[in-house]
Write a new protein. Structure first.
Ligand code: UT7
Length: 319
């Protein structure tokens, strides 16, 4: 059997930190409201001259270093982003150029906050059935540019950042399975509805969300996808070493942990420090827990994402 294994991770957060107190000076909100409803204390915000590909480049360089590789060793680049540098070319192609690489394929995946899970599933499938040997899989976002900073119901929730993973073909797992889902009938509950037509932005270029509906749906589908992933392998919930959920709201994360009967000690949480970085949230959390030694070789890790589309999914991986 051919599998893919994670052989290096990296991440990057922009230097500027915006705390809840900072926001409460600009809009009608408070640290108490934001923290009690979401678990968020602060978020990182990209500098004016930083692009999504710049964040991706820094995370990728760190992942390559961790894997002991250079960019020329990579023959597949998949970038998950909802905030690309431009309409085209893809952020993956821009990243490839910035890395100084020219091998193989590079493309973006757009599945909003589930993007990293979709990107891992895509890279895993291409490597198992194709000729690619080493993939760079990235989640990178600059949500601060698609937020209406006067809309307190959304702008307090998101942040910017990037995380990256190097996947290598192997004869032992690695990624045990991936589970992707979508239900486009819920496309309106979380969207940036604007589009470009005849040189004009038509519709709103800002993120809109029916937070309550997203919350309820997220708790439901995240619970279901955990059961699906574990059932496929006959794995008991107690055998999971780590849960790395998408970091949108601590209350959603706690609800999933409760359903799994998992102590919060086994859940990687970054939402307090990073807020919701969409496709970047899972690889950012993974990199943090790999580097601080919580996640060890041999550990069984479940990553799970959920977001606009509506999309959701999971990756079950042996480190
Ligand atoms: O990445 C995946 C996508 N995102 C998510 O998973 C997010 C899912 N949803 C959520 O996390 C939560 O629904 C929110 C955090 C967005 C909202 O929490 P909530 O407990 O559902 O609050 P709410 O929307 O019911 O709002 C309660 C009140 C409202 O006031 P009224 O109408 O009761 O007077 C809001 O206007 O809180 C008010 N409010 C705020 N107050 C202070 C909304 N935003 C703020 C704010 N500061 N930033």
């Amino acid at each position: 059997m051919i599998y893919t294994r994670i052989i290096g991770t990296g991440s990057y957060l922009p230097a500027q930190v915006v705390t809840n107190e900072d926001l409460s000076k600009r809009i009608d909100t408070s640290d108490e409201w934001i923290f009690s409803r979401t678990g968020i204390k602060q978020r990182h915000v990209a500098a004016e001259d930083e692009l999504t590909s710049d964040l991706a480049l820094k995370a990728s360089t760190r992942a390559l270093e961790a894997a002991g590789l250079t960019a020329s060793d990579i023959d597949l680049i998949v970038v998950a982003t909802t905030t690309p540098d431009m309409i085209f070319p893809s952020t993956a192609c821009i990243l490839q150029a910035k890395l100084g690489a020219s091998n193989g394929a590079a493309f973006d995946v757009q599945a909003v906050c589930s993007g990293f899970v979709y990107a891992m599933a895509t890279a895993d499938a291409l490597m198992r059935t194709g000729t690619y040997r080493r993939a760079l899989v990235v989640g990178a976002e600059i949500y601060s540019r698609i937020l209406n900073w006067e809309d307190r119901t959304t702008c307090v929730l998101f942040g910017d950042g990037a995380g990256a993973v190097i996947l290598e073909r192997s004869d032992r797992p690695g990624i045990l399975s991936t589970h992707l889902h979508a239900d486009g009938s819920h496309r309106d509950i979380l969207s940036v509805p604007g589009s470009i037509r005849n040189g004009q932005v038509c519709g709103s270029p800002f993120l809109t969300m029916d937070g309550n509906t997203v919350f309820k749906l997220a708790v439901k589908v995240l619970g279901e996808v955990v059961d699906e992933a574990l059932a496929q392998h006959g794995i008991e919930r107690s055998q999971l070493d780590w849960l790395i959920p998408h970091q949108a709201n601590i209350r959603i994360i706690q609800a999933t942990a409760r359903r799994l009967g998992m102590s919060m000690d086994k859940v990687v949480v970054t939402v307090d420090q990073h807020a919701n970085t969409s496709a970047a949230s899972i690889p950012l959390a993974l990199d943090l827990a790999m580097r601080d030694g919580r996640i060890q070789p041999g550990h069984l890790v479940l990553m799970q994402g959920v977001g606009g589309g509506f999309t959701w999914g999971a990756v079950l991986v042996r480190i």
